[in-house]
Structure formats: structure tokens, C-alpha cells
Design a protein around this ligand. Structure first.
Ligand code: 1PX
Length: 211
């Protein structure tokens, strides 16, 4: 049986993500997403259309990383440089490179912002606060801006099936509430840093709107 999800593992993958030069290792970035997918899978079938999309994006990047040009995909920085220098990215409209590493990672990157916002509201939430509201607010502030109406509707339905705050704290598998809150406080700066470094890199290269 696969090991149970734990927030600690997510924390460790994001800690491993940054090199000394603050480059983002794709391998650990993907490992972090795999942990999150295993978490989502414990929440039930309503979320499977979301986790399937994450799995397929993780797979695209993993194939690039283990493929013949894999040495260029060790970090997000080297990927961006390699794909741009070799014209491997569709910049304004979808064409020959619909599955470039840059556009695929951008989708996960936007989702990481959602995660950051959501975990932060969970961390600072009170007993009566609703996870569905936290999820939805975080979504509207991040991913929703990049999703068409139909997806936003489907996501809205999924949010109704989100477990309550107590369940969330339990499945994080990191001790009692105080311990989870402390671990979230430790994890969030790591997630934010990985997010911000990627965001700055993409902004500098005009890649934030890749189709
Ligand atoms: C410690 C616990 C934290 C909870 C972990 C849950 C992680 C959830 C991560 C959601 C990742 C969503 C990735 C979406 C990527 C995306 O934007 N894809 C769309 C565009 O792709 P394309 O290739 O066509 O350009 C695609 O259309 C997306 C389809 C699926 C909908 C994604 C909705 C994301 C909602 C986020 C909220 C998830 C709630 C999970 C409940 C815990």
C-alpha cells in the first residue's frame, strides 16, 4: 500500500526544490505535486478530474526530464533557457509545441499560488470557518482568472464536496491542530519562495500568458 499522505513530506519536497543558487529543481517540484495528488485522491471522486489534469501535466514534465534532452530539464531555469533558445515554446497561440515544458509548468505554477493562498487561510482560520469558502476565495484570486466558464462551474461543484476543517487537519497527518498550524507556518515560506522565483523568471521572459 502506498504510504499515507503527510504534510511533512510535502514540506520536504519543497525544501529540496531550491538549489544553492536558488534554482528550482523540476524533479522535486514534481515530487511535491505527486504528494498533493495522493492527498486529493483520498478526498474522493469529485476531485478526480482535477487530479487527472495534474497527473497528466506531471507526466509531460517527467517525460521531458527523463527523455533524450533531459539534461536541459533539471531546473526550471535551464528548461526556460533551453526551450526559448530552441524555439520550443508556442508564445502567442497554440501551434507546434502544445506540450512545451514552459506552458505545462506554468499551469502547475498557477495552481501553486492557489495552494499557497489556501494553506495560508487554513493556517489562520478559526474553528467555524468553512474550507469550501477558503478554497473558493483562493481559487478566485488565482487559477479562476485563467479558467473558462465551464471549468469554473465544475470547480465550483467540486468545492461543495470539500471536507470540513477538522478532516483537513486530520488528513494532513501531522499531529494535532497546533502542530499542523506550526508545520504550515514552516511550509508556507518555502512554497512562497519557490513560487516567487518561478514567477519572476517567467515574468522576466514574458512567459506568464503562454497559451
Ligand atoms: C495539504 C492539502 C492541500 C490540498 C492539496 C490539493 C492540491 C490541489 C491542486 C489543484 C491543482 C489544479 C491544477 C490545475 C491546472 C490547470 O489550471 N489546468 C487547466 C488548464 O490546463 P490546459 O492544459 O487546458 O491549459 C485545466 O483546464 C484544468 C482542469 C481541472 C480544473 C482545475 C481546478 C483547480 C481547482 C483548485 C482547487 C482544488 C481543490 C482540491 C481540494 C483539496
Amino acid at each position: 500500500m502506498a504510504e499515507a499522505f503527510s504534510l511533512q513530506k510535502v514540506l520536504e519536497t519543497f525544501r529540496s526544490c531550491l538549489s544553492e543558487e536558488k534554482e528550482v529543481y523540476i524533479k522535486y517540484y514534481l515530487a511535491g505535486w505527486q504528494e498533493l495528488v495522493s492527498f486529493m485522491n483520498t478526498l474522493g471522486n469529485v476531485f478526480s478530474f482535477i487530479s487527472k489534469d495534474v497527473v497528466s501535466k506531471v507526466q509531460i514534465l517527467e517525460n521531458l526530464l527523463t527523455g533524450e534532452n533531459g539534461s536541459h530539464y533539471v531546473t526550471v531555469q535551464s528548461m526556460v533557457k533551453y526551450e526559448l533558445e530552441n524555439n520550443l515554446v508556442d508564445i502567442t497561440k497554440r501551434g507546434n509545441h502544445i506540450e512545451s515544458g514552459c506552458r505545462t509548468l506554468l499551469r502547475l505554477h498557477r495552481a501553486l499560488r492557489w495552494l499557497e493562498l489556501f494553506l495560508d487561510s487554513l493556517r489562520t482560520s478559526k474553528e467555524d470557518d468553512k474550507t469550501s469558502v477558503m478554497c473558493c476565495d483562493a481559487y478566485n484570486e488565482s487559477l479562476a482568472q485563467h479558467h473558462p466558464w465551464l471549468i469554473r462551474k465544475a470547480v465550483g461543484v467540486a468545492f461543495c464536496a470539500i471536507p470540513g476543517r477538522d478532516t483537513f487537519f486530520q488528513v494532513m497527518n501531522a499531529g494535532d491542530e497546533t502542530q499542523v498550524v506550526a508545520l504550515l507556518g514552516e511550509s508556507l515560506p518555502l512554497i512562497s519562495e519557490v513560487y516567487q522565483i518561478t514567477e519572476d523568471l517567467y515574468a522576466k521572459n514574458n512567459l506568464l500568458e503562454l497559451p
